[in-house]
Design a binder for this molecule. Structure first.
Ligand SMILES: [Mn+2]
Length: 325
């Protein structure tokens, strides 16, 4: 799978590594693992992201390693972009890389979009991977680089984050097998678990509680809808990505099959997050101009919230009704 890419990496002397905006533990872990691996091969490597990583990832030395795209991007032989194949989620950095880097490749486990930008030629997309970290692990093996404590911690973070502690492994043992090998080098896995999941403040817990109390349920509580405002989350000290926990909490309700979180970032500007247990919601996310995984997808949209809510509820109720018909 990585044969052509390994050759390109071997020939490159300078490499830029990036991931999607509002990065998560998977994209960040994958890029930091490959950063360490490429440095071991003697490459000059820049980690350059569209925005700053959330503070909770400081245990991965993000402050020392991750740069944020300003005006100029370094010239390089190759850019690898992890955990997305949608260039829109890497802008405006992506456009700058097109001007300064000879080749750009995506390494990702999301399906390519039915109606949207396609990945660059030569990109590696594997939708059977439970995390992009799993693909980074395979790439590092294919490059012949030995694992070490830094690589293992970054890969373990990616794996644990995207599988949510092995809840979502796509019915495949690969995540567990990979973890078993990583744990020969990662001697404090519980530190990683806590850094990823035990990060709440009292203020954040209270914000989540308020938001959950305002959730609406439809179609025999099979459909859930929650609306939050970024400004209110920020006032409680949350970073933008942290309100996404609400949708995962709602999906812990047994009766809920489809959930939507509509986060207002600015008047008329929204981030939509969709989750589903049975019927795919990727097409629904794409109909709002977004993308993602079959059962966890989202979109950034500019719209009137009440219109979006009505359209969403119609579609979500239709999806669960179709499933039970
Ligand atoms: Mn991922």
């Amino acid at each position: 799978m990585f044969h052509a890419l390994v050759q390109q990496i071997q020939q490159a002397s300078t490499v830029v590594l990036s991931t999607h905006r509002h990065c998560d533990g998977d994209g960040l872990g994958a890029q930091l693992a490959v950063y360490s691996a490429l440095r071991k091969l003697g490459k000059t490597v820049w980690v350059l992201n569209p925005d700053l990583p959330p503070k909770k990832y400081a245990f991965l030395k993000t402050k020392e390693i991750v740069g944020v795209s300003g005006g100029e991007t370094p010239g390089a032989d190759l850019a690898l972009i992890f955990d997305t194949n949608d260039r829109r989620l890497v802008e405006p950095l992506f456009g700058r890389l097109e001007n300064s880097v000879k080749q750009i490749r995506f390494i990702d486990h999301h399906p390519t979009l039915a109606n949207g930008p396609q990945p660059t030629a030569g990109s590696v997309i594997d939708t059977s991977a439970a995390s992009t970290g799993e693909m980074a692990y395979q790439l590092i093996k294919a490059l012949g680089v030995e694992l070490d404590a830094d690589i293992a911690r970054a890969l373990y973070t990616a794996l644990i984050f995207d599988t949510q502690m092995f809840r979502y492994v796509k019915g495949d043992p690969r995540s567990h097998l990979m973890a078993a090998e990583l744990l020969r080098f990662e001697r404090e896995p519980e530190l990683v678990h806590q850094a990823l999941f035990a990060t709440y403040t009292v203020e954040k817990m209270n914000f989540l509680a308020q938001s959950l109390a305002s959730a609406e349920y439809f179609a025999d509580k099979r459909v859930a809808f929650v609306r939050v405002r970024s400004s209110e989350a920020r006032a409680q000290g949350l970073e933008p990505d942290e309100s996404a926990d609400i949708i995962d909490l709602v999906m812990n309700i047994r009766s809920v099959e489809i959930g939507a979180l509509l986060r207002e970032d600015a008047p008329g500007e929204y981030k939509l997050s969709l989750r589903s247990k049975r019927a795919p919601v990727l097409a629904l996310a794409e109909s709002f101009g977004g993308g993602g995984h079959p059962f966890a997808a989202g979109a950034y949209l500019t719209a009137d919230a009440d219109t979006v809510r009505a359209r969403l509820l119609d579609q979500m109720v239709a999806i669960v009704m179709r499933g039970s018909a």
